[in-house]
Ligand binder design. Structure first.
Ligand code: ADP
Ligand code: ZN
Length: 214
């Protein structure tokens, strides 16, 4: 089971991929989360990546391709994996192909730009464990604190409105063309992102059952 989630920033890729990960017992790999972790730890890669993420721009292809190569070589990926936030450019998709990785299914979560901007204003994250919440759609059971680890929740620097607009324009210019890239391979399906998270999960589930028979 090798699955990719595509979609605009804030479309709900991360949330859905975590759910699919639990359902099927395969790892959910988020390049965004790996990069944020590196920034928090102050590693060399994190230091180099920071100015891109904070400006809403993409981290250079070579860096993220390196991250993914290393991650996919780990033992837990042998029965499959879910990619959330990778590939984001045609060069990255090509790199996956060149690694000999055969993707089974690409699910593109469709949400309008207008709704994305609305949603992002409510997103809250835990800087300690990486968990992600939404004040309205996915509130933490611990209120202002992370229900998993108890850390105080915060707003991601790149969720500021002007940065969100930049990320949306980067998405349309560089990432959206990947829908056609995978449609041409007969691998891409679209799911309309629903207001209620569980409704999107049900639509995603339908596509997975159709593709994998379970
Ligand atoms: P979202 O899906 O909400 O945009 P992510 O957590 O996936 O957020 O990514 C946050 C930031 O990390 C991106 O705006 C970008 O700067 C960087 N990033 C993540 N994945 C990639 C990638 N595959 N290629 C380039 N940059 C990436
Ligand atoms: Zn936490």
């Amino acid at each position: 089971m090798k699955i990719i989630f595509l979609g605009a920033p804030g479309a709900g890729k991360g949330t859905q991929s975590d759910i699919v990960s639990e359902t099927y017992g395969i790892p959910a790999i988020s390049t965004g989360a790996i990069i944020r972790e590196a920034i928090a730890e102050g590693t060399e890669m994190g230091l180099a990546a920071r100015r891109y993420t904070e400006a809403g721009e993409l981290v250079p292809d070579a860096v993220v391709i390196g991250i993914i190569k290393e991650r996919l070589s780990k033992e837990d990926c042998k029965n499959g994996f879910i990619l959330d936030g990778f590939p984001r450019t045609t060069v990255q998709a090509q790199a996956l192909d060149d690694m000999g990785v055969e993707i089974d299914l690409v699910i593109s979560i469709e949400v309008s730009d207008q709704d994305i901007v609305k949603r992002m204003s409510g997103r809250r994250v835990c800087a300690a464990c990486g968990a992600s919440y939404h004040t309205v759609y996915k509130p933490s059971k611990a209120g202002e604190y992370c229900e998993k680890c108890g850390n105080e929740l915060s707003i991601r620097k790149d969720d500021k409105p002007e940065i969100v607009l930049e990320r949306l324009s980067v998405y349309h210019a560089l990432t959206e063309p990947l829908k056609d890239y995978y449609k041409n391979k007969g691998k891409c399906v679209e799911v309309i992102g629903q207001e209620v998270l569980a409704d999107t999960t049900a639509l995603v589930r339908e596509q997975l059952v159709k593709a994998f028979g379970r």
